[in-house]
Design a protein around this ligand. Sequence first.
Ligand code: NAD
Length: 340
Amino acid sequence: MIFRKFINSITANVLANGPQLRFMSTMKNEKIGIIGSGLIGRAWSMLFASVGYKVMLYDILPEQTSNALKEIEKELHALHAKGALRGTLSPAEQFSSISITTDIGELVSNAIYLQECIPERLEWKCALYTQLADIVCAETIMASSTSTYMPSLFSEQMKACRENVVVAHPLNPPYYIPLVEIVPASWTKAAVVTRTRELMLEIGQKPVTLTREIEGFATNRIQYAILNEVWRLVADGVVSVVDVDRVVTEGLGLRYALLGPLETAHLNADGVADYFQRFGAEVYAVSQTYGPTPKMEAGATLSKIAAECEEMVPRTQLQTRRAQRDRFLRELCTLKKQLE
Ligand code: NAD
């Protein structure tokens, strides 16, 4: 009898307060600190809030944090209206889990994980990590969004806790491109790498883990190899700027959104071993003709590239084109999810 009363009262409660109970069941108590409230800091805040983490956003400029908060609120509602909001919480619920501070002590207090997103200036990052070493608690993970600096470069001089520093490098825009590169320094604890990877999976990102740090990580090493050859082809007058981009947008890129280069090879022959047996020598022979790494400085080639890019997308139209890119990526992600 008592048990039935209990069940009835829960049922009545769920019927009366459904959304609120859902809210309570999916919000988390753990706190994530975001350092730097620019483009990337705002994106990480939304990603962590999408699964109910308590997010605190910190910046040295007070107006940056308050602007970021306004932007985030607008963005969450806009995403909801487009049906592109991540997670199961409403925009209001997600927004309510994000707070701001300009006090770094308040930021790190009880944070399980800090995602650093300050500008790409090594001396600024070094100063910040030196400061963090004095104030973080021993378990807090410190992950940098850096696109270029190996973690040893800004964590080596830390007096404490450098084993908790790792790179978690997103691609822009992180809300639509799920890849995150996790890059440890030689002193990073294995548990820090594992926990960061778990967190990335939990917020719906797709992490890759490098076993050691290397200049450019994996993404930029591959991206720069492409840029080098694109530059050489344009510099040598072999192909126009529009056409060289078309090689990717209408060719390679279409299949790369589904298959990586190795799976592409695997499917283009009777397996990847057969592919390299048949085409390995050809790949090598063409690669031998690439020429030296170009210096991408001001000069005739850059002027040509800039002029043709300006014709493709005038700088006044960059914002429109970015919005188009985001819509495309959103739809592509939906398509990929359906295929999975
Ligand atoms: P941003 O310039 O948009 O924002 C940086 C923010 O950090 C600013 O609000 C600034 O006031 C704040 N800041 C500066 N010094 C600070 C400090 N000591 N403590 C706290 N806040 C501070 O920069 P972003 O584009 O968001 O880039 C942030 C990081 O993310 C960089 O390391 C960058 O390499 C990396 N990243 C950027 C992109 C991209 O496309 N923008 C992509 C991947 C990774």
